[in-house]
Design a protein around this ligand. Structure first.
Ligand code: MV4
Length: 666
């Protein structure tokens, strides 16, 4: 048999250190392994058990949890790469990915940096200079002033010539810091002072630029790729207008309502932008479009260039059928671009939702803790890029993104329908998540129409974060399932320990015999609200109704002692109202009471040293949007009280220790 040459055997990069964590580290490891490379992870103290560490062939500690002391320390990462004999380093996104000094340090250590040359990173780092460079390369830039002169009178004159309203932006950095809108000439001086102060504080450089203000901006970006042989291609555009406070939420490719001529115009402009800085590798050229009259070639301007692979790259991969991480490795190895421009075709539509551990109802505050449940639907046209797994932890040290849910279909409408359904079947428990918010956004009329601008979410925050109404027919189906399980438990309990039956959440006299003419009231919590379900026997089947709604078929998922009933993309959480207190009291044994899940202490009704009697309310916890009462299991004295109202507690943490009262010896 003839020897078959493995294409990978010829690939010169045999090993890669991934200088990142979470979702992107896992994403890079997946492709690196497929290319036959040895994968080397680094991790901070907080990430010892993280998914990227498990997925990599090798993993090395790089220091304490704060990124400043681990993932951002260039020397530690280079030393680890040398010790592990890594051929190259992939920086992912964020962290060191756009630090020219890091790319230089890699080169100095004889390690390939999977990214652009330091000179290109630097050229795009200063927004004012990048804008000047782009203007020279005939890339459309916003009217205004982006030169060196910083005299306030001169800048005011430039603002006047540009025409109000204008924006004052920091020349040294992006992200909206040091940005001030000015509507009238008399407000200019004060706004300039404030913008300079903010720019100095954020970037150590007070210089600003003046730009015409675009009222209804859409964020459209073009994926570009360049190799070391002078070839540059684009992979079409993405629309990332669905943002909140400069944080992207949903991205899609291609941009909705993009006319062919505008697409030609901006993709060509993006290639020119890359050429102007001798770009190599993966890059994204951001444009700002005035969306007030649809997308037009004369109303779209260069904003900045990101010199890295972006979070939202999967939507581009799906509509072009590419693996962009593979492209990055090939280019880093000195190979030519895998495809010529004419070979890169756009087909179908892709949408990405960023699933964050955050609390939409409380101003999108990050929400940390153990992921007691994490479930994503699978199936055709659904891709999940996750950085954590069920049982894993979301810590307060890093970006709280849990996963990216990406859907793909032939048309935009189908891709959004698929996203809606996929979000409806996504379960995150432990930390709060933005899944419901994403679901509402996915189905909002403006999103479906493709007219969302960068201010849309902020303007419609209340409607998008309003808790949905409970689905009582789904709740009834969950109650049926709970009751069948309880019945079985009770039969077993009766067999073993008849006395335990009296602890039943419903009256022991009624037993578990629902066969009588009457229905039985059962107190349940539906999305945290206490309601009385009616339970009755119908032939062989146990039936329930909640608020007059009979059960309807739905999918029911168990999450601890909670059932999540899923119907029409809506999730309804159901549990027995009384069982929690009964179960909790026993949780720790020996009078120790532990938190049943990650949550928050709402109130504490006892103090240390206080005498308590069996059944007395001790505290109330809030977890999974529900209140859980903790009652004393026995008489005794509060020997230890480890928490106070308002505290976050993690699953299993001891909250209270009740000891039997000591009888004083005489
Ligand atoms: C603008 C603009 C309107 N007009 N420039 C915000 C961050 C920085 N990268 C550029 N940004 C903007 N520049 C002009 N002349 C509106 C924004 C803007 C924005 C841009 C892209 C994505 C989201 C945004 C959210 C708010 C404001």
């Amino acid at each position: 048999m003839a020897f078959q040459m493995n294409a990978n055997a010829a690939f010169p990069l045999k090993s890669v250190l991934i200088a990142n964590r979470g979702e992107i580290a896992c994403r890079v490891i997946r492709t690196a392994k497929a290319m036959g490379m040895r994968t080397i992870a680094v991790y901070s103290d907080a990430d010892r058990n993280a998914l990227h560490v498990k997925l990599a062939d090798e993993a090395y500690p790089i220091g304490p949890a704060p990124a400043r002391e681990s993932y951002l320390v260039i020397d530690k990462i280079i030393a680890t790469a040398k010790a592990a004999k890594a051929d190259c380093i992939h920086p992912g996104y964020g962290f060191l990915s756009e630090r020219a000094e890091f790319a230089e340090a890699c080169a100095a250590a004889g390690i390939f940096f999977v990214g652009p040359p330091p000179s290109a990173i630097r050229a795009m780092g200063l927004k004012g200079e990048a804008k000047a460079l782009m203007a020279k390369a005939n890339v459309p830039v916003l009217p205004g002033y982006h030169g060196d002169i910083q005299d306030p009178k001169f800048l005011k004159q430039k603002a006047y010539e540009t025409g109000y309203p204008i924006l004052i932006k920091a020349a040294a950095g992006g992200g909206g810091k040091g940005m001030r809108r000015v509507d009238k000439q008399i407000d200019f001086d004060q706004a300039l002072e404030a913008a300079k102060r903010e720019a100095e504080a954020a970037f150590g450089n007070p210089d600003v630029l003046i730009e015409k203000y675009v009222a209804s901006p859409r964020h459209i970006e073009v994926q570009v790729f360049a190799d070391t042989h002078g070839n540059i291609v684009h992979l079409f555009e993405r629309d990332c207008s669905a943002q909140r406070r400069h944080q992207k939420v949903i991205e899609e490719a291609p941009a909705p309502g993009m006319p062919d001529d505008v697409r030609k115009h901006i993709t060509q402009a993006a290639i020119e932008a890359a050429r102007a800085v001798n770009y190599v590798g993966a890059g994204t050229v951001e444009f700002l479009a005035d969306g007030s009259q649809g997308l037009r070639a004369d109303a779209i301007w260069f904003l900045e260039m990101n010199t890295r692979l972006q979070v939202e790259h999967p939507v581009t991969e799906l509509v072009t059928g590419t693996d962009l991480v593979q492209w990055q490795f090939k280019i880093a190895a000195g190979e030519k671009l895998p495809l010529a421009q004419e070979q890169i075709r756009l087909h179908g539509h892709a949408v990405e939702s960023r699933i964050y551990a955050e609390d939409a109802a409380r101003g999108f505050l990050p929400s940390t803790g153990r992921l007691t449940a994490l479930r994503f639907p699978g199936g055709n046209g659904i891709r999940v890029d996750s950085g954590v797994e069920q049982g894993g932890e979301v810590t307060p040290f890093y970006d709280p993104m849990i996963a990216k849910l990406i859907t793909f279909a032939a048309t935009r409408e189908q891709a959004f329908d698929r996203m809606s359904e996929a979000l409806g079947g996504t379960i995150v428990s432990g930390p709060r998540s933005n899944v419901e918010f994403l679901h509402a956004l996915t189905n909002s009329p403006e999103m479906r129409a493709g007219t969302v601008d960068t201010g849309y979410i902020e303007r419609n925050l209340e409607a998008l974060t309003k808790p949905g109404e409970a689905d009582f027919a789904a709740a009834a189906a969950a109650v049926e399932k709970l009751m069948v399980a309880e019945q079985a438990k009770q039969r077993e309990a009766l067999r073993l320990l008849p006395a335990a039956v009296r602890r039943s959440p419903w009256s022991a006299e009624d037993g578990y015999d629902f066969s009588g003419a009457r229905d039985i009231p059962v107190a349940v919590l539906v999305n945290g609200e206490r309601v009385t379900a009616r339970v009755f026997q119908r032939g062989d089947a146990l039936k329930a109704s909640v608020k007059g709604a009979a059960s309807e078929p739905c999918e029911i998922v168990e999450v601890g002692d909670l059932l999540v009933a899923i119907r029409n993309g809506r999730q309804t959480k159901v549990k027995l109202a009384e069982s929690s207190a009964l179960d909790l009291g026993r949780a720790g044994g020996n009078g120790a009471i532990a938190a049943p899940m990650h949550g928050k202490v709402l109130s504490v009704s006892i103090a240390k040293g206080e005498k308590v009697v069996k059944g007395q309310r001790l505290m109330v916890l809030e977890a999974m949007k529900m209140e859980h009462a903790l009652d004393a299991e026995t008489d005794g004295v509060v020997a230890e009280l480890s928490v106070a109202a308002g505290d976050q507690v993690s699953e299993g943490a001891q909250l209270i220790l009740i000891e039997a009262e000591k009888v004083k010896a005489k």
